[in-house]
Design a protein around this ligand. Sequence first.
Ligand SMILES: Nc1ncnc2c1ncn2[C@@H]1O[C@H](COP(=O)(O)OP(=O)(O)OP(=O)(O)O)[C@@H](O)[C@H]1O
Ligand SMILES: [Mg+2]
Length: 509
Amino acid sequence: MSEQRPVNPAEIQKDLKDFIEKKYGAQVVFPQAEGAGSKEGPHTTQPVDEEINFDLKPEELEAYLNEYVIKQEQAKEILATKICTHFNRMKLDREDREGSGRLVGRIKNNILLIGPTGVGKTYLIKLIADRIGVPFVKGDATKFSETGYVGGDVEDLVRELVREAGGSIQKAEHGIIYVDEIDKIASASNLVGPDVSRTGVQRNLLKLMEETEVDLKAPHDLTSQMESMMKFQKSGKMEHQKINTRNILFIVSGAFNDLEEIVRKRLNLGSMGFKAESERFTEREFDRTAYVKQVASEDLIEFGFESEFIGRLPVVAVLEPLVVDDLYEILKNSNNSVTLGKKRDFEAYGIVLSFEEEALRKIAELAATERTGARALVRVIERILLKFEKTVPSTDIRSFTVTPAVVESPEIELERLLADRSVASYTEHFKKAYGINLRFDPGAAAYLGQEATSKGQSVTELCRSKFDDFGHGLKLLGKTEFVIDEQAARSAKQHLDQLIKLHYNRGTA
Ligand SMILES: Nc1ncnc2c1ncn2[C@@H]1O[C@H](COP(=O)(O)OP(=O)(O)OP(=O)(O)O)[C@@H](O)[C@H]1O
Ligand SMILES: [Mg+2]
């Protein structure tokens, strides 16, 4: 786009005014433009009448988190406690306001979560928001620009909270806003002078974290600005619906790479140096976490945050890296959404999927090498089962089990599964046609699978060409049961001839 972008709401409104005046005449009265930021002042929101029914105790919330989240004991404890207290305090303050009017000033317990990717940061917050039943929005700090006209601004999060709350401003005012990748708005330390735009985003965010009022209508949202202008033309009254952020809980998170170096420097420990070899990765992650757990405000300021910003984040929780055992526990957890989700995917085709424990362990081992925490579990399972998910629904297979062999060589195992299935349906056909129970041992079934693939035939076609003659032959021999091993499968005709010869030789001997 080569057009010039308006740089602030006043300009947008001016352009609008010019446009409308040109089109409809000069008598259009345009409401006073507002500044880009939020404005504190009187607002029209009704007093809170919708009770938030909150009576959870920290230990109950922690127990709830324990049902879903593996490890992360410290984070679970801190989050459960501080979030419960936040909501209980809110209730107490409201009762006091309604009663005696006594109000004690307080510092909101906004929370900073530090931890590598895929270890449960978002998951914990989502679980909590669900359990408490408050609206919840998640945003990415990288998406915001200081002015907001390019990527949207931090206040959009507050407006989104209203949408999440089904339009209820009161509910939104008790919601949780979660901002991920907060470390990306630390000002770059290698620049000379302050990194203006990132510092600007920090400032905007800290206003929200403290207390401010946000216009329900975004100044850069032309449609809603038009709407409110039309209303204004009709009623002569300018409606300003505002959302107060006093009770909105802010949780911010990030991976904070290299924060451990800053902590170590403060502790006079020097650099950790490079342990680049892959085996050292886990070890390094644990060392890292141990230092990050000792983080102090000054380290975060050194990292590139304004002291006022850090001042609004009195609670810090550090999450641990997940190792093979943890990933295995996650898979075995009956609330685990990864295996449940995959089972549902297959159930959608009427197929019952199950996992052997040993297979889960192998999946955990593969996932651990990817270094993306529990996120890798999804990727590994998808990678293993994709071809199964594509092929099995068109067969009459109604259940299958993920074994360690499936995890190790999914393609070969899929071939085997399909061959077994075709072989099984051939034996059914054989029984019906000749009244004989034909069985194939596993070696025979595997051979037939491979042979069919290499000949570009279906296993059933191959079986028919090889074994239909066995029907009459075996009948002749008076058999009601017969097992075919790999050798017999390889050279079926000779095998049958041999059998018949033997029988008659014995008979004539
Ligand atoms: N400790 C854990 N216990 C159980 N499941 C987990 C745990 N950590 C992650 N998971 C699973 O992995 C998924 C992804 O984790 P989550 O979204 O919480 O990652 P994150 O820590 O927010 O990472 P990122 O920094 O990449 O956003 C979750 O939805 C959950 O299913
Ligand atoms: Mg996340």
